[in-house]
Design a protein around this ligand. Structure first.
Ligand SMILES: [Zn+2]
Length: 141
């Protein structure tokens, strides 16, 4: 495929012979126009780079650092919260076991005292209502 002028896309003449450089432009006007355009581009890029992009990049870096910092704080809170939840679950299990033992003990005492099945069931309803505590709607047990 024949080479064309970088600026105007016109076909370029073949090099005259060995030792002749391959031309990029059809004439000096195109060469000059390309040079001016290129210079303008570099100028525009430098202008954009300088205050705007450089600043935008710095802002992004600061935002990233801030987000990473906030993420770290959140992760710290989360790991503390997980430890708290584990302690609460342990504590809850301890007290639930203790309550279950107490209920079984009451059952044995009520039976020994000759109370009816119905009385014991009523006591159970009362007991369940008394220790029903599920503020987060987790429906534990
Ligand atoms: Zn040209």
């Amino acid at each position: 495929m024949a080479r064309t002028c970088v600026w105007c896309d016109a076909p370029l003449p073949e090099p005259k012979g060995k030792g002749h450089r391959r031309r990029d432009f059809c004439n000096n006007i195109c060469k000059q126009k390309h040079y001016v355009w290129h210079k303008q581009m570099r100028h525009d890029v430098a202008k954009l780079e300088e205050p705007f992009w450089h600043n935008a990049y710095r802002v992004l870096v600061e935002q990233y650092k801030g987000l990473e910092h906030r993420l770290q704080i959140t992760m710290d809170h989360l790991s503390k919260a997980i430890i708290d939840v584990e302690k609460l679950q342990e504590s809850r299990k301890y007290h639930m076991d203790k309550l279950e033992k107490m209920r079984n003990d009451y059952h044995a005492r009520m039976k020994a005292a000759g109370m009816s099945k119905q009385d014991i069931n009523e006591f159970d309803d009362y007991w369940k209502d008394l220790f029903k505590y599920d503020p987060y709607g987790l429906d534990l047990d």
